[in-house]
Design a binder for this molecule. Structure first.
Ligand SMILES: *Cc1c(COP(=O)(O)O)cnc(C)c1O
Length: 395
Protein backbone atom coordinates (compact mmCIF):
# COMPACT_ATOMS: atom_id res chain seq x y z
CA UNK A 1 0.00 0.00 0.00
CA UNK A 2 1.34 3.45 -0.88
CA UNK A 3 2.31 5.71 1.99
CA UNK A 4 -0.14 8.58 2.59
CA UNK A 5 2.63 11.15 2.05
CA UNK A 6 3.28 9.76 -1.42
CA UNK A 7 -0.40 9.80 -2.35
CA UNK A 8 -0.88 13.31 -1.02
CA UNK A 9 1.78 14.54 -3.48
CA UNK A 10 0.37 12.71 -6.47
CA UNK A 11 -0.51 15.47 -8.96
CA UNK A 12 -2.64 13.14 -11.07
CA UNK A 13 -5.27 12.98 -8.32
CA UNK A 14 -8.37 15.13 -8.72
CA UNK A 15 -8.01 16.37 -5.14
CA UNK A 16 -4.58 17.73 -6.18
CA UNK A 17 -5.85 19.38 -9.36
CA UNK A 18 -5.77 16.36 -11.72
CA UNK A 19 -8.63 15.04 -13.83
CA UNK A 20 -11.20 12.96 -11.93
CA UNK A 21 -11.22 9.29 -12.89
CA UNK A 22 -15.03 9.31 -13.22
CA UNK A 23 -17.39 12.10 -14.29
CA UNK A 24 -19.87 11.38 -11.53
CA UNK A 25 -20.57 9.11 -8.60
CA UNK A 26 -22.12 5.76 -9.59
CA UNK A 27 -25.89 5.27 -9.59
CA UNK A 28 -27.03 4.48 -6.05
CA UNK A 29 -29.89 2.10 -5.26
CA UNK A 30 -31.91 3.77 -2.49
CA UNK A 31 -34.05 0.65 -2.19
CA UNK A 32 -37.34 2.48 -2.77
CA UNK A 33 -39.61 0.32 -4.94
CA UNK A 34 -40.86 2.68 -7.64
CA UNK A 35 -43.50 0.13 -8.70
CA UNK A 36 -45.25 0.78 -5.37
CA UNK A 37 -46.14 4.31 -6.49
CA UNK A 38 -49.63 3.35 -7.68
CA UNK A 39 -50.43 1.65 -4.37
CA UNK A 40 -49.25 4.76 -2.52
CA UNK A 41 -51.39 6.97 -4.77
CA UNK A 42 -54.43 4.77 -4.15
CA UNK A 43 -53.85 4.98 -0.41
CA UNK A 44 -53.62 8.77 -0.52
CA UNK A 45 -56.97 8.88 -2.37
CA UNK A 46 -58.55 7.15 0.65
CA UNK A 47 -57.35 10.10 2.77
CA UNK A 48 -56.38 7.66 5.53
CA UNK A 49 -52.59 7.49 5.64
CA UNK A 50 -52.29 7.13 9.39
CA UNK A 51 -54.33 5.16 11.92
CA UNK A 52 -54.44 5.37 15.68
CA UNK A 53 -52.65 2.18 16.75
CA UNK A 54 -51.42 1.32 13.24
CA UNK A 55 -53.29 0.74 9.98
CA UNK A 56 -53.89 -2.32 7.81
CA UNK A 57 -50.74 -1.89 5.72
CA UNK A 58 -48.62 -1.60 8.88
CA UNK A 59 -50.27 -4.70 10.32
CA UNK A 60 -49.66 -6.72 7.17
CA UNK A 61 -46.02 -5.59 7.12
CA UNK A 62 -45.60 -6.53 10.79
CA UNK A 63 -47.10 -10.00 10.30
CA UNK A 64 -45.03 -10.78 7.20
CA UNK A 65 -41.77 -9.45 8.60
CA UNK A 66 -42.21 -11.31 11.90
CA UNK A 67 -42.85 -14.53 9.95
CA UNK A 68 -39.73 -13.98 7.86
CA UNK A 69 -37.54 -13.73 10.97
CA UNK A 70 -39.47 -16.55 12.65
CA UNK A 71 -40.98 -14.46 15.45
CA UNK A 72 -44.51 -14.04 16.79
CA UNK A 73 -44.81 -10.31 16.44
CA UNK A 74 -43.40 -7.11 15.04
CA UNK A 75 -43.99 -3.41 15.56
CA UNK A 76 -43.52 -0.95 12.70
CA UNK A 77 -41.88 2.32 13.82
CA UNK A 78 -41.23 5.59 12.03
CA UNK A 79 -37.46 5.12 12.20
CA UNK A 80 -34.80 2.58 13.09
CA UNK A 81 -33.67 4.85 15.90
CA UNK A 82 -37.17 4.84 17.40
CA UNK A 83 -37.22 1.03 17.12
CA UNK A 84 -33.96 0.75 19.06
CA UNK A 85 -35.20 3.05 21.78
CA UNK A 86 -38.51 1.23 22.27
CA UNK A 87 -36.65 -2.10 22.24
CA UNK A 88 -34.50 -1.06 25.19
CA UNK A 89 -37.44 0.50 26.98
CA UNK A 90 -39.59 -2.60 26.48
CA UNK A 91 -36.94 -4.73 28.22
CA UNK A 92 -36.90 -2.38 31.22
CA UNK A 93 -33.77 -0.34 30.49
CA UNK A 94 -33.97 2.77 32.64
CA UNK A 95 -31.82 5.43 34.30
CA UNK A 96 -28.33 3.99 34.95
CA UNK A 97 -29.10 0.48 33.62
CA UNK A 98 -25.88 -1.08 32.28
CA UNK A 99 -26.28 -1.83 28.56
CA UNK A 100 -23.36 -3.58 26.88
CA UNK A 101 -22.93 -2.13 23.42
CA UNK A 102 -20.81 -3.19 20.47
CA UNK A 103 -18.59 -0.26 19.54
CA UNK A 104 -18.90 -1.69 16.06
CA UNK A 105 -22.22 -0.16 15.06
CA UNK A 106 -24.16 2.86 13.93
CA UNK A 107 -24.51 5.83 16.28
CA UNK A 108 -28.28 5.31 16.67
CA UNK A 109 -27.65 2.41 19.07
CA UNK A 110 -25.59 4.60 21.37
CA UNK A 111 -28.04 7.49 21.07
CA UNK A 112 -30.90 5.22 22.19
CA UNK A 113 -28.94 4.32 25.33
CA UNK A 114 -28.17 7.98 25.99
CA UNK A 115 -31.80 9.08 25.65
CA UNK A 116 -32.92 6.41 28.13
CA UNK A 117 -30.24 7.72 30.53
CA UNK A 118 -28.81 4.22 30.62
CA UNK A 119 -25.13 3.40 31.04
CA UNK A 120 -23.19 2.18 28.00
CA UNK A 121 -20.64 -0.57 28.60
CA UNK A 122 -18.57 -0.59 25.43
CA UNK A 123 -17.45 -3.84 23.84
CA UNK A 124 -14.44 -3.84 21.51
CA UNK A 125 -14.24 -4.66 17.80
CA UNK A 126 -12.33 -7.54 16.25
CA UNK A 127 -9.88 -6.05 13.70
CA UNK A 128 -10.42 -8.79 11.07
CA UNK A 129 -14.21 -8.88 11.04
CA UNK A 130 -14.97 -5.36 12.32
CA UNK A 131 -17.71 -7.03 14.38
CA UNK A 132 -17.92 -7.17 18.16
CA UNK A 133 -15.42 -9.68 19.64
CA UNK A 134 -16.98 -13.02 20.64
CA UNK A 135 -15.68 -13.33 24.17
CA UNK A 136 -16.58 -10.16 26.03
CA UNK A 137 -16.26 -11.49 29.59
CA UNK A 138 -13.23 -9.34 30.44
CA UNK A 139 -15.02 -6.19 29.19
CA UNK A 140 -18.17 -6.63 31.25
CA UNK A 141 -16.42 -8.09 34.26
CA UNK A 142 -17.79 -6.56 37.45
CA UNK A 143 -20.70 -4.82 35.71
CA UNK A 144 -24.15 -6.41 36.05
CA UNK A 145 -25.12 -6.11 32.40
CA UNK A 146 -28.86 -5.95 31.95
CA UNK A 147 -29.02 -5.95 28.14
CA UNK A 148 -26.49 -6.48 25.37
CA UNK A 149 -27.17 -4.37 22.28
CA UNK A 150 -25.13 -5.87 19.46
CA UNK A 151 -24.98 -4.69 15.85
CA UNK A 152 -24.52 -6.95 12.84
CA UNK A 153 -22.49 -4.25 11.15
CA UNK A 154 -22.11 -3.78 7.37
CA UNK A 155 -24.53 -6.67 6.81
CA UNK A 156 -21.89 -8.97 8.25
CA UNK A 157 -22.74 -11.18 11.21
CA UNK A 158 -21.66 -10.93 14.86
CA UNK A 159 -21.71 -14.12 16.91
CA UNK A 160 -24.47 -12.86 19.18
CA UNK A 161 -24.80 -16.24 20.92
CA UNK A 162 -21.19 -16.19 22.09
CA UNK A 163 -21.40 -12.50 22.99
CA UNK A 164 -24.56 -12.93 24.97
CA UNK A 165 -23.28 -15.82 27.04
CA UNK A 166 -19.89 -14.26 27.75
CA UNK A 167 -21.42 -10.86 28.61
CA UNK A 168 -23.61 -12.18 31.41
CA UNK A 169 -26.46 -10.09 30.00
CA UNK A 170 -30.02 -10.96 30.89
CA UNK A 171 -31.36 -9.74 27.57
CA UNK A 172 -30.10 -9.40 24.03
CA UNK A 173 -31.15 -6.88 21.39
CA UNK A 174 -29.74 -7.40 17.91
CA UNK A 175 -29.38 -4.32 15.73
CA UNK A 176 -29.87 -5.81 12.28
CA UNK A 177 -30.43 -2.46 10.60
CA UNK A 178 -27.89 -3.28 7.89
CA UNK A 179 -28.36 -7.03 7.89
CA UNK A 180 -31.90 -7.92 6.76
CA UNK A 181 -31.66 -11.39 5.25
CA UNK A 182 -28.33 -12.36 6.87
CA UNK A 183 -28.17 -15.62 8.82
CA UNK A 184 -26.23 -17.05 11.74
CA UNK A 185 -26.06 -20.85 12.14
CA UNK A 186 -28.87 -21.22 9.65
CA UNK A 187 -31.25 -18.82 11.42
CA UNK A 188 -32.06 -15.21 10.48
CA UNK A 189 -30.26 -12.48 12.37
CA UNK A 190 -32.83 -10.86 14.62
CA UNK A 191 -34.11 -14.27 15.75
CA UNK A 192 -31.56 -14.64 18.58
CA UNK A 193 -32.30 -11.68 20.82
CA UNK A 194 -35.40 -11.02 22.87
CA UNK A 195 -35.78 -8.30 20.27
CA UNK A 196 -34.41 -8.02 16.74
CA UNK A 197 -34.32 -4.39 15.61
CA UNK A 198 -34.23 -3.41 11.92
CA UNK A 199 -33.91 0.08 10.49
CA UNK A 200 -36.03 0.79 7.43
CA UNK A 201 -34.43 4.05 6.42
CA UNK A 202 -33.16 4.75 2.95
CA UNK A 203 -30.71 2.22 1.40
CA UNK A 204 -31.61 -0.42 3.98
CA UNK A 205 -32.79 -3.65 2.37
CA UNK A 206 -36.36 -3.44 3.67
CA UNK A 207 -36.59 0.30 3.30
CA UNK A 208 -39.65 2.42 3.92
CA UNK A 209 -37.71 5.62 3.23
CA UNK A 210 -38.24 6.30 6.93
CA UNK A 211 -39.11 3.35 9.15
CA UNK A 212 -37.99 0.62 11.50
CA UNK A 213 -39.22 -2.79 12.61
CA UNK A 214 -38.76 -4.67 15.87
CA UNK A 215 -39.45 -8.41 16.03
CA UNK A 216 -40.04 -10.33 19.26
CA UNK A 217 -42.32 -12.87 20.95
CA UNK A 218 -45.11 -12.54 23.45
CA UNK A 219 -47.59 -9.94 24.68
CA UNK A 220 -45.50 -8.31 27.44
CA UNK A 221 -42.80 -6.87 25.22
CA UNK A 222 -45.51 -6.01 22.71
CA UNK A 223 -47.53 -4.04 25.24
CA UNK A 224 -44.58 -2.07 26.59
CA UNK A 225 -43.21 -1.32 23.16
CA UNK A 226 -46.49 -0.22 21.59
CA UNK A 227 -47.47 1.82 24.62
CA UNK A 228 -44.13 3.63 24.66
CA UNK A 229 -44.34 4.27 20.90
CA UNK A 230 -47.90 5.47 21.26
CA UNK A 231 -47.67 8.45 23.64
CA UNK A 232 -47.45 6.13 26.66
CA UNK A 233 -51.16 5.39 26.28
CA UNK A 234 -52.21 1.84 26.87
CA UNK A 235 -55.85 2.58 26.18
CA UNK A 236 -57.17 5.56 24.30
CA UNK A 237 -57.08 8.11 27.09
CA UNK A 238 -54.60 7.84 29.93
CA UNK A 239 -50.84 7.80 29.60
CA UNK A 240 -49.30 5.17 31.89
CA UNK A 241 -45.74 6.46 31.39
CA UNK A 242 -44.29 9.22 29.24
CA UNK A 243 -44.03 7.92 25.70
CA UNK A 244 -43.51 9.12 22.15
CA UNK A 245 -45.27 8.99 18.84
CA UNK A 246 -43.01 6.43 17.18
CA UNK A 247 -45.42 4.43 15.02
CA UNK A 248 -44.94 4.10 11.29
CA UNK A 249 -47.30 5.51 8.69
CA UNK A 250 -49.22 3.68 6.00
CA UNK A 251 -47.35 5.17 3.05
CA UNK A 252 -44.11 3.94 4.55
CA UNK A 253 -45.63 0.52 5.30
CA UNK A 254 -46.56 0.10 1.63
CA UNK A 255 -42.99 0.93 0.58
CA UNK A 256 -41.47 -1.40 3.17
CA UNK A 257 -43.77 -4.25 2.23
CA UNK A 258 -42.91 -3.86 -1.45
CA UNK A 259 -39.22 -4.02 -0.53
CA UNK A 260 -39.78 -7.01 1.75
CA UNK A 261 -41.34 -8.99 -1.10
CA UNK A 262 -38.09 -8.53 -3.05
CA UNK A 263 -35.75 -9.36 -0.19
CA UNK A 264 -34.12 -12.55 -1.56
CA UNK A 265 -33.28 -10.87 -4.89
CA UNK A 266 -32.04 -7.81 -3.07
CA UNK A 267 -29.72 -9.77 -0.81
CA UNK A 268 -28.36 -11.64 -3.84
CA UNK A 269 -27.76 -8.37 -5.71
CA UNK A 270 -25.95 -6.70 -2.81
CA UNK A 271 -23.84 -9.81 -2.24
CA UNK A 272 -22.92 -9.96 -5.94
CA UNK A 273 -21.77 -6.32 -5.71
CA UNK A 274 -19.76 -7.02 -2.56
CA UNK A 275 -18.18 -10.14 -4.13
CA UNK A 276 -17.11 -8.10 -7.14
CA UNK A 277 -15.29 -5.73 -4.78
CA UNK A 278 -13.82 -8.47 -2.58
CA UNK A 279 -12.29 -10.18 -5.62
CA UNK A 280 -10.48 -7.03 -6.70
CA UNK A 281 -9.31 -6.06 -3.21
CA UNK A 282 -8.16 -9.63 -2.48
CA UNK A 283 -6.11 -9.66 -5.70
CA UNK A 284 -4.58 -6.31 -4.76
CA UNK A 285 -3.74 -7.54 -1.26
CA UNK A 286 -5.98 -4.92 0.37
CA UNK A 287 -7.66 -6.07 3.57
CA UNK A 288 -11.43 -6.10 3.77
CA UNK A 289 -13.50 -6.99 6.84
CA UNK A 290 -15.02 -10.46 6.38
CA UNK A 291 -16.87 -13.01 8.51
CA UNK A 292 -14.92 -14.75 11.24
CA UNK A 293 -13.19 -17.91 10.00
CA UNK A 294 -15.27 -20.92 11.00
CA UNK A 295 -18.40 -18.93 11.88
CA UNK A 296 -21.44 -20.53 10.20
CA UNK A 297 -23.12 -17.44 8.75
CA UNK A 298 -24.25 -15.77 5.53
CA UNK A 299 -23.88 -11.97 5.39
CA UNK A 300 -26.15 -9.65 3.40
CA UNK A 301 -23.54 -7.02 2.58
CA UNK A 302 -24.48 -3.39 3.15
CA UNK A 303 -20.96 -1.96 2.97
CA UNK A 304 -17.55 -3.30 2.09
CA UNK A 305 -15.07 -2.08 4.71
CA UNK A 306 -11.36 -1.67 3.94
CA UNK A 307 -8.88 -1.72 6.78
CA UNK A 308 -5.91 0.39 5.70
CA UNK A 309 -2.30 -0.14 6.79
CA UNK A 310 -1.33 1.41 10.08
CA UNK A 311 0.48 4.40 8.59
CA UNK A 312 -2.91 5.55 7.29
CA UNK A 313 -4.17 6.35 10.79
CA UNK A 314 -4.89 10.09 10.78
CA UNK A 315 -5.06 10.29 6.97
CA UNK A 316 -8.22 8.34 6.26
CA UNK A 317 -10.45 11.45 6.09
CA UNK A 318 -8.18 12.91 3.44
CA UNK A 319 -8.43 9.64 1.51
CA UNK A 320 -12.24 9.69 1.65
CA UNK A 321 -12.17 13.24 0.22
CA UNK A 322 -9.67 12.17 -2.43
CA UNK A 323 -11.86 9.23 -3.46
CA UNK A 324 -15.01 11.34 -3.67
CA UNK A 325 -13.11 13.83 -5.83
CA UNK A 326 -12.38 10.92 -8.21
CA UNK A 327 -16.07 9.97 -8.37
CA UNK A 328 -15.67 7.09 -5.90
CA UNK A 329 -18.25 7.19 -3.08
CA UNK A 330 -16.01 6.51 -0.07
CA UNK A 331 -17.39 6.85 3.44
CA UNK A 332 -16.44 6.06 7.01
CA UNK A 333 -17.95 5.30 10.41
CA UNK A 334 -16.36 6.58 13.62
CA UNK A 335 -15.60 4.63 16.77
CA UNK A 336 -18.76 5.21 18.81
CA UNK A 337 -16.81 5.57 22.03
CA UNK A 338 -14.62 8.20 20.35
CA UNK A 339 -17.39 10.69 19.59
CA UNK A 340 -16.62 13.99 21.30
CA UNK A 341 -19.61 14.04 23.67
CA UNK A 342 -19.19 10.49 24.99
CA UNK A 343 -16.22 10.78 27.34
CA UNK A 344 -17.36 14.03 29.03
CA UNK A 345 -20.86 12.62 29.53
CA UNK A 346 -19.69 9.29 30.91
CA UNK A 347 -17.12 11.01 33.12
CA UNK A 348 -19.80 13.28 34.57
CA UNK A 349 -21.85 10.20 35.44
CA UNK A 350 -18.87 8.38 37.01
CA UNK A 351 -18.92 5.75 34.27
CA UNK A 352 -15.54 6.43 32.69
CA UNK A 353 -12.58 4.39 33.90
CA UNK A 354 -9.45 2.56 32.74
CA UNK A 355 -11.50 0.07 30.79
CA UNK A 356 -13.14 2.86 28.78
CA UNK A 357 -9.84 4.68 28.27
CA UNK A 358 -8.27 1.48 26.93
CA UNK A 359 -11.15 0.71 24.57
CA UNK A 360 -11.16 4.32 23.37
CA UNK A 361 -7.51 3.97 22.32
CA UNK A 362 -7.85 0.65 20.51
CA UNK A 363 -11.17 1.48 18.84
CA UNK A 364 -9.93 4.83 17.57
CA UNK A 365 -6.79 3.25 16.16
CA UNK A 366 -8.93 0.73 14.27
CA UNK A 367 -11.82 2.89 13.04
CA UNK A 368 -9.48 5.75 12.08
CA UNK A 369 -8.05 3.59 9.30
CA UNK A 370 -11.28 2.05 8.13
CA UNK A 371 -12.94 3.16 4.93
CA UNK A 372 -16.21 1.87 3.48
CA UNK A 373 -17.75 1.54 0.05
CA UNK A 374 -21.50 0.92 -0.12
CA UNK A 375 -22.99 -2.04 -1.96
CA UNK A 376 -25.94 0.02 -3.28
CA UNK A 377 -24.57 -0.07 -6.83
CA UNK A 378 -24.36 -2.50 -9.73
CA UNK A 379 -21.57 -5.14 -9.80
CA UNK A 380 -20.21 -3.37 -12.92
CA UNK A 381 -19.92 -0.07 -11.07
CA UNK A 382 -18.50 -1.91 -8.04
CA UNK A 383 -15.80 -3.43 -10.21
CA UNK A 384 -14.67 -0.13 -11.70
CA UNK A 385 -14.88 1.64 -8.33
CA UNK A 386 -12.90 -1.07 -6.55
CA UNK A 387 -10.31 -1.29 -9.34
CA UNK A 388 -9.78 2.48 -9.25
CA UNK A 389 -9.51 2.45 -5.43
CA UNK A 390 -7.00 -0.40 -5.52
CA UNK A 391 -4.96 1.34 -8.23
CA UNK A 392 -4.92 4.53 -6.19
CA UNK A 393 -3.80 2.77 -3.03
CA UNK A 394 -1.26 0.45 -4.62
CA UNK A 395 0.11 2.82 -7.28
C1 LIG B 1 -29.63 3.00 9.70
C2 LIG B 1 -29.30 2.29 10.95
C3 LIG B 1 -29.95 2.60 12.16
C4 LIG B 1 -30.86 3.79 12.33
O1 LIG B 1 -31.96 3.80 11.56
P1 LIG B 1 -32.73 5.17 11.20
O2 LIG B 1 -33.92 4.64 10.49
O3 LIG B 1 -31.81 5.94 10.32
O4 LIG B 1 -33.07 5.85 12.45
C5 LIG B 1 -29.67 1.83 13.25
N1 LIG B 1 -28.77 0.84 13.20
C6 LIG B 1 -28.12 0.52 12.06
C7 LIG B 1 -27.12 -0.60 12.07
C8 LIG B 1 -28.35 1.25 10.91
O5 LIG B 1 -27.65 0.98 9.81
Amino acid sequence: MRHPDELKQDRSLAINGGTPRFDELPWEDTGIVAEAADDVAALIRTRRTVYWGGGPHSKRLEADFAALIGRDRAFFHQSGTAALQTALFALGVDEGTPVALSDSGFVASLNAIYHLRARPVFLPTHPDTLQCVDDVAEWTDGTPVHTALITHFFGNVADVEAIRSSSGAQYLVEDGGQAHGATLRGKPVGSYGEIGSFAGSTKKLVTAGQGGLNVYDGPDIDWRMRTYGHHGKSGNFEGVFPGYNFRGGEIEAILAHAALRQLPERVAARNATADAMFEIFDDAGIRTARPAVGLDCTPAWFDVALVLDEEWAGHRDWLVDALVAEGIPGWHYPALIGMPWVKPWMTSRGWWGEREEHILGTERALWDRTLVLGTQMSPQDARRIAAATAELLKG
